[in-house]
Design a protein around this ligand. Structure first.
Ligand code: URA
Length: 204
């Protein structure tokens, strides 16, 4: 099966997922969407109200900001893949529990396995801590980290940028300074390996 069909069949399984209790209060599952051949995968936290209504990731205000910053650096949503650590909306947008995150891991890991992105942009602390346990977003944001064959690029969550002008300016800057990596990851990845060791020490 090709990547597109593998992702479709995975989405069908996610739509029926009852591995934790979140499905009970959700209207739709939100498996994720985008280019099956994407070099860059954006990983958010969990669907909110609008995502739950539509079954699509990042379609509310936070999503509009994310889309506008992609466009600022000359990219389109359909070039990348966008998904979340959690595939059903937690009631009242509460933080996901460790049990819910653990139950959902299999879906994110399978998506990464199928797409094989070069860069994973983590949006917020839950997706950052999936790859770098205990890392602080305030230290890690904007600095790409080489993790075996992939690069993790930590960023603030766009919802945090909507709440704070300071975070909004940092979020925008992180897109601008990483424009080359986001647009042409395979070309930039070698440079990252050299800088990664220096960055690693300042994350925690
Ligand atoms: N916040 C997220 O983390 N993901 C979405 O899909 C929407 C808002």
């Amino acid at each position: 099966m090709d990547k597109e069909n593998l992702l479709k069949s995975l989405s069908m399984k996610i739509n029926e997922c009852k591995r934790c209790g979140l499905w009970k209060n959700a209207f739709h599952a939100v498996p994720g969407e985008g280019n099956p051949d994407a070099k860059v995968l954006f990983l958010g936290e969990a669907p909110g109200f609008h995502e739950d209504q539509q079954g699509r990731p990042f379609v509310g205000q936070a999503g509009k900001l994310l889309t506008s910053l992609l466009e600022l650096i000359g990219m389109k949503r359909d070039q990348v893949f966008i998904t979340n650590v959690i595939k059903h909306r937690p009631p009242d947008n509460r933080d996901p529990s460790q049990n819910e995150i653990g139950s959902c891991n299999i879906w994110v890991d399978s998506q990464i396995e199928i797409i094989k992105p070069t860069v994973i942009v983590t949006l917020g602390r839950y997706s950052l801590n999936k790859f770098l346990k205990g890392a602080k977003i305030s230290n890690a944001h904007g600095k790409p980290i080489r993790l075996s064959s992939k690069v993790i690029l930590p960023m603030y969550h766009p919802a945090a940028a909507l709440r704070s002008e300071f975070i909004a300016s940092q979020f925008k800057r992180d897109f601008q300074i990483n424009e080359g990596l986001l647009k042409d990851p395979d070309n930039e990845i070698e440079k990252i390996s050299k800088e990664a060791d220096e960055n690693q020490m300042s994350l925690f």
